[in-house]
Design a protein. Structure first.
Length: 190
């Protein structure tokens, strides 16, 4: 599973996420614009944490700062703001629709590390007037920081769903936040 994009703020040109059954981990490859590559092993625990953080980041990216706490009553000024927000969301949706999930991942990149790094912690870093960053802190002391646009969050969550399904990790990764009944199978059996 991979995604190709021309350019975003983190300098990522391509992303590849796949399951490695020998390692029982996901391998995240970030193909950068300068034709280099960063590889990071993602464990089941880190994947689950990353999923929750990316879901929260997507909500944050879609919710404008001025309306995040208490939305004001709609007045002519705020209607203009709402229309601008809607136009941004439509543009982002069109960009997502044009993402390339079919092209082969370019494998002739120079790897920045001899072996893939192992992510041991995953956090989101937010700063005012900047896109949030997903930071994968690795066992070797290095950190991989990825600027999160809505496109990138969408691409990563889609790839995570596919890769965890292939891994049979049963993490129930869905964008729907409604709770699933734990005894659903008991209700269906007679």
């Amino acid at each position: 599973m991979q995604m190709t994009k021309n350019q975003n703020q983190s300098g990522i040109e391509q992303i590849n996420l796949g399951f490695n059954d020998q390692e029982d981990r996901l391998l995240l490859k970030l193909g950068l614009i300068d034709k280099t590559e960063i590889s990071v092993w993602i464990s089941r625990r880190i994947c689950k944490t990353m999923w929750g953080l990316l879901q929260g980041a997507q909500v944050t990216l879609l919710t404008p700062v001025t309306m995040a706490s208490n939305p004001p009553a709609i007045t002519p000024d705020s209607k203009t703001e709402v229309m601008e927000i809607f136009a941004r969301e439509v543009a982002e949706q069109k960009a997502i629709e044009h993402m390339d999930f079919k092209s082969e991942y370019v494998t002739n990149r120079q790897t920045l590390t001899e072996e893939p790094m192992l992510a041991i912690q995953c956090i989101i870093i937010s700063a005012e007037n900047e896109l949030p960053h997903l930071e994968l802190q690795c066992k070797n002391g290095q950190a991989v920081k990825i600027a999160l646009s809505n496109e990138l969050v969408h691409a990563m969550t889609n790839m995570m769903q596919l890769a965890t399904r292939e891994a049979a990790w049963d993490l129930m990764m869905t964008a729907d936040k409604s709770p699933i009944g734990s005894n659903l199978s008991q209700q269906l059996l007679h």
